[in-house]
Design a protein around this ligand. Sequence first.
Ligand code: CP3
Length: 352
Amino acid sequence: MSVKNNAETDELYNSPFMRACRREPAPYTPVWLMRQAGRYMREYREVRDRVSFLELCKTPDLAAEVTVTAVERLGVDAAIIFADILLIIEPMGIQLEFEKGEGPVIHNPVRSALDVERLQEVESVESLDFVMEAIHRTRRALRPNIPLIGFGGAPFTLASYIIEGGGSRNYVHTKTLMYTDSGAWHSMMSLIARGLAKYLNAQVEAGAQAVQLFDSWVGCLSTDDYREYVLPHTRAVIESVKTGTPVIHFGTGTAALLELMSEAGGDVIGLDWRVDLGEAWQRLGDVAVMGNFDPVSLFANQDFISAQAKRILDRAGGRAGHIFNLGHGILPETPVDNVIALVEAVHEMSQR
Ligand code: CP3
């Protein structure tokens, strides 16, 4: 390997985002934003005018293009590969569609033990090669100080889509299966966890520096339910990730679950905006933290945005291991200029 490659590896390893994942001091607080490549951005909408969402995910050149464009336009400190948490359910035998303006729709949801038995084991993630190819191309196109994050849905959030057939308000089908047939539930969760282990490690192999597990909807569970029905499976996925690759463990509505999420694992715990970052970090102990900025604040004026960002930075108090992010993804109508202003404000206010 050439000297240049070694220098590039060092630069990645020592980038502010990677240092923060390891709870090492950084020259400023690294910032990136969930859903940073999305409909709020004109460049993204122009690509989407030509291809459907799934086609975009499955075309490595286009996925790489929207990933890199978002990083360059916003000046953020990390990239997240353009893909979707639901891609992995296709090789499980689930038929996935994204209907215009309606989000994901699954035509053969799993509702019974018999349906669970029909789920296919993900023996190989070859059918998801387009994601690995997109990672490969993105890594080559990114500057060497910008880490690339791979990701997957956590077992509970994926199970909720597979069972409900789409988004849900009360998770009635999901909880009913969990409460009435715990054998089928655990069997489904461990099948998902085994698939995720292969998928996340393939993304690392392809060139991702860190991975994130999105447990977006786990906040609908009680602490007892989380401990019994979710924790062992999420833990199995996190433990499977190649040593040395930071794992970000993210959820929303998780104020009651933070200690248990941390027990399940993760080098970095993602927080939504409902908790006080200082208090949450104290409860979590020896981990890095990410998130906490309310994505709806981005609709206000830039003075307000800057003041909100300062409150979060003050609560982090300059401690090593803070990654600035939103508490959930950027919403489609968000003004791009406000997003850029947020990134600039975080960089400016956190210079050390
Ligand atoms: O953060 C990024 O920039 C990377 C890309 C990314 C997408 N989805 C692109 C996307 C990531 C990390 C995801 C994860 C994802 N997907 C989650 C977890 C994160 C979260 O928000 O909680 C979930 C629950 C999904 C499932 C999903 N995908 C839903 C519910 C929807 C519809 C919602 C919507 O905004 O329309 C999607 C579609 C989706 N995934 C879009 C994008 C940019 C919008 C698709 C479009 O272009 O129309």
